[in-house]
Structure formats: C-alpha cells, structure tokens
Write a protein that binds this ligand. Structure first.
Ligand code: BYC
Length: 473
C-alpha cells in the first residue's frame, strides 16, 4: 500500500483514476490550507520541524522522519490495505460481505457518524493553536506539531469519505467542517469537549491523554464498521493515534513526576513554592478532562447506539476478535439510574447500552494509565498520594447522570453538598490562573520548563531530548 506523492493530494486510493473526485478534492485543498494558516499553530509556522510523514501504510512505512515546514506537510488520503473476504463484524448483517459503497438505507446515519468524527479533528487543531507560544521545550513543541498535522490528515481522511461516497451532501458537509470553529458562540464544533479551551500544557496533556483516547475507542468501533472504506480509514488512523496517546500519557507522567520531585525539594512539601504544579491541582484537571471525555461516548441508554450497532455501522472495541455473540440480541446489561435521589439498577437491552460498553473499554484503558502514573509517584518516593479516576457518574453533562449531582466516588449528593466541595474536585479559576502563570516558552535546545520533567525516552525516531526537534533560526 505505498503512497503516491506525485499527485497534488498524496494518496493510496488511486485518486487520479477518478477525475471528478480528484478535481473536487483539489478544489477543497486551498480552503483547507487557508484554514490551517488562520487557525493552525501560531509560532514556528514556517520553521523546519522534525516530523514523521507516512510513505506507505505498511508496518515499516508510516513513520518516515525528516524536517518539514508545516505548511508544506503533505496531507493525504491513506487507507489500510483491503482485507479480502472481510465480512460485516456485528449487528443484523453479521457475516454478510462488507459494503464498498454506502448502503442506501443507512446513508444519513453513516454520514452523521462520519461528520461527527471528522468535526473533532480540525476542532483539536483550533483548540491547540496558541500552545506552542508557551511550549515547555522544543521537544514538546514538536510533539504538539506532530499531533496537529496528523489531526489535519485525519480530517482529510474523513473528507475523502464524504466526497467519494456522499455526493453533493458530502461536499457541503466537507465545506461546513472548515466553517465551524472550536468554542465559537455561533458556529461551535459538534461535541462539547471540542469547544473547551486548551490554553495551557497541563490541559493539553490531559486532552491528549483522555480526549484523544476517546478517539482511539471511537475509531476502534468504526474500524469494526461494515462500511469497508470507513473501517480501512480508521484502521490506519489508529496507527497514528498511538503516538498522540503517548504524548498525553507521558506528558502527564512528566508533570506528576516533577511535582513529586519539587515537593521533596521543598521544606513544606509545596510543589507550587518550587514553581511546579501540585498534585491536588493535577487531580482536579484529571477529573475535569476525564469526565468531559466520558461524555464523548454519548448517553448510557441510547437508541442511536442500538441502531448504529444493529445496522453494522459501528461495533464494540475489538468486536471481531474478542466477542462471540455479534448480534447482542436478547442480552441485557444493568445500568444504574437515579430515582428519587437514590441509585437503582435497571436492566437494559444490550444494544441500547452499546455506548456504555465502549465507555467501559475506555475506562479500563484509563485505569491502566493512572496505575503507571502512580508507579512513577512511588518511584519518586511519594507514598501519601495517588491520582484516581472519578466515577463515571461524576460531573457529567450527557446521559442519565447529567441531571443529578454526584461526588467523585459516584454517590448521589445534593446541589448544596456539591457546591460546598466543588472547588476541591474541579479546577478553580485560581488553579487555572496559577497554571497559566507558569506558561513561559522554553525554546533552547535541551532545556525544559520547571514544572515538567524531561522525558526518559522521546519515542521520536530514537532521538535524544537534546535533539534539534525544531530549527529555531
Ligand atoms: N457533546 O444517543 P446519544 C477524536 C448528542 S474523538 C454534544 O446519547 P449517541 C479525537 C448526540 O449527538 C472521537 N452532544 O449519543 C480526539 C445526540 O444528538 P441528536 C470522535 C452530544 O448518538 C482528540 C444526542 O446528544 N468520534 O477522534 O449514541 C483529538 C443524544 O445522543 C455528546 C465520534 O464521536 C457530546 N459529548 O452517541 C482529535 C464517533 N454526546 O441526535 C480527534 C462518531 C452525545 O439528539 N460519533 N451528544 O441531535 C458517534 O458515534 C456518536 O455520535 C456519539 C454520540 C458517540 C458521539
């Protein structure tokens, strides 16, 4: 599956064989470039950055490193190789051959899923546009840029599907994707988390750890789609996504580790007094972004989710590999509901609880990550504090828990009890102001901001932290 870089839009879908589609995408390209210029990274916009670019979708080809100026990055359309004989993994059509074109009866639903997925990609670039102005190191700036260019490429992946498979409607939706803006009052992005500000590096690492991880699981569910072009697109996106998660996971670990080191260095064990971010503040940011990301799985009980599954448009995480019953008919799941201020168990048809199933897979993955952070704390000699994940009922704005109040352990509490404790559970204005006050750029090779430990390994082409990841001059 080598990629053709001779076309104006690099691709491995034989784009030049379809002149109409090629023209349509080439007409979209300058609008995309304009969008990148106006909302992409605001510093080092034309400096050489050490980035990876895919040259093939095979194992050895997708991480090809070299210096690139971001506007010259070759955004393209890359699908994982077609699996001959692949069948629909789940739902009412399980076992039938996959669809290479859109099944008419599911056209609108499928378009909606693709547009929702697509919308998150440019949104994250917009949210992160000012972060490089305060990068803690050139290595971190480089990671931010890598994430940004690849989210831009993921937008291309979805726009290709819209143009290639949804005709006029698809083209209109592709235009709209460049018209909405993260956090814009009049034209916001579709999902809540993508309208939240991301203006400091603690937030960035929470975002890439927790919100990009929703991306991992949603892409995983779409990789199990019966619509094969979507599945193949998502399978390749997942390979790129892994590095984004590494950035978030290891970035948080470095902030947490530094907090512990600074506490040890201070006579009052006060990380803030030493220019770091204290563990309690980090915990509050974790609570905020984990819960916002839980919302991205939709409601606990969802007929939309049941339809997506029944129609074979979305599966569960590792549907084909890990499950035996791919119809999920007749099966049920207990979901806790709130009635008269108390939690009661309700039995829900499993298909209606598919969002909850995927959220479970996500939560398990997040628990694994937090365990690693706590191991890092223990390694630094910090035994009295552990980072924890709140209950999936805490601080929700979507689904059945959004109308009630819960403490982080998931117990229902009154509005007054919540108001009394909220400042110890979620970031306060003072926390945000403090974290913001630390955001000063460090653009010297091999140097790093005080609130973050350097990485133990960079995961960038085997290069050391001191490497010239950004050519500053
Ligand atoms: N915010 O039946 P319900 C990524 C809406 S991230 C606002 O409970 P459903 C990335 C919902 O649309 C992965 N609205 O939910 C990460 C519906 O609206 P309508 C993105 C929300 O439909 C970092 C209503 O509430 N991919 O890739 O079962 C950087 C009732 O919905 C939210 C996808 O999301 C929310 N959080 O599930 C870059 C995959 N949640 O119909 C990239 C595609 C729900 O009443 N999307 N609503 O107008 C989907 O599969 C589903 O749309 C959702 C929602 C899972 C999001």
């Amino acid at each position: 599956m080598s990629i053709n870089y001779d076309d104006r839009i690099p691709n491995n879908v034989n784009l030049s064989s379809d002149a109409r589609l090629q023209r349509a995408l080439e007409a979209w390209l300058p609008h995309y470039q304009e969008w990148w210029k106006s909302v992409g990274p605001q510093v080092f916009p034309t400096n050489e950055i050490y980035l990876r670019t895919a040259i093939s979708t095979d194992a050895g080809g997708w991480a090809n490193f070299g210096y690139v100026r971001m506007p010259e990055y070759r955004w393209g359309i890359f699908l994982a190789a077609k699996e001959e004989g692949r069948t629909i993994p789940a739902g009412d059509h399980v076992g039938e051959p996959v669809w290479d074109s859109v099944p008419g009866e599911y056209r609108n639903t499928l378009k909606r899923i693709i547009v929702t997925q697509a919308d998150t990609e440019p949104a994250s670039v917009e949210q992160q546009r000012f972060l490089a102005n305060t990068a803690p190191s050139l290595y971190d700036a480089r990671n931010l840029f890598q994430v940004n260019v690849e989210e831009g490429r993921h937008l291309w992946a979805m726009v290709y599907l819209l143009h290639a498979h949804f005709g006029r409607d698809g083209r209109d939706e592709a235009d709209e994707l460049l018209a909405r803006r993260a956090g814009d009052h009049d034209k916001p992005r579709i999902l809540d988390a993508f309208n939240q500000p991301c203006e400091d590096w603690l937030t960035f690492h929470c975002f890439t750890c927790f919100t990009d991880r929703d991306g991992k699981f949603q892409l995983g569910a779409l990789a199990e789609s019966g619509f094969d072009p979507l599945s193949r697109t998502c399978r390749f996106m997942l390979t790129e996504e892994a590095h984004h998660l590494f950035v978030g996971e290891s970035g948080m670990e470095r902030i947490i580790r530094r907090a512990a080191q600074l506490m040890k260095a201070d006579k009052n064990e006060d990380a803030r007094a030493q220019g770091g971010i204290d563990l309690q503040t980090i915990q509050r940011f974790v609570n905020y972004w984990y819960c916002y990301s839980l919302d991205l799985f939709g409601g606990e009980v969802s007929t939309n989710a049941a339809d997506f599954f029944a129609q074979g448009l979305k599966g569960r995480w590792h549907e084909a590999k890990d499950y035996e019953d791919h119809k999920a008919l007749g099966a049920t799941r207990i979901v806790k509901h709130v009635e008269n201020g108390a939690l009661v168990d309700k039995e829900i048809p499993l298909r209606n609880a598919m969002n909850e199933e995927l959220r479970d897979s996500y939560t398990k993955d997040c628990e694994r990550v937090v365990k690693k952070w706590n191991a890092a704390l223990a390694e630094e000699g910090m035994t009295g504090f552990e980072i924890t994940l709140p209950s999936s009922r805490f601080f929700r704005r979507q689904g059945i828990y959004s109308d009630a109040r819960f403490d982080p352990a998931g117990n229902p509490i009154s509005e007054e009890a919540f108001a009394k404790k909220v400042d110890s559970w979620l970031p306060t204005d003072a926390d945000r102001a403090y974290v913001k006050s630390l955001m000063k750029p460090v653009y010297e090779r091999g140097k790093i901001a005080q609130y973050m430990a350097p990485p133990k390994r960079t995961a960038v082409d085997g290069k050391p932290f001191e490497f010239e990841f950004v050519r500053v001059d």
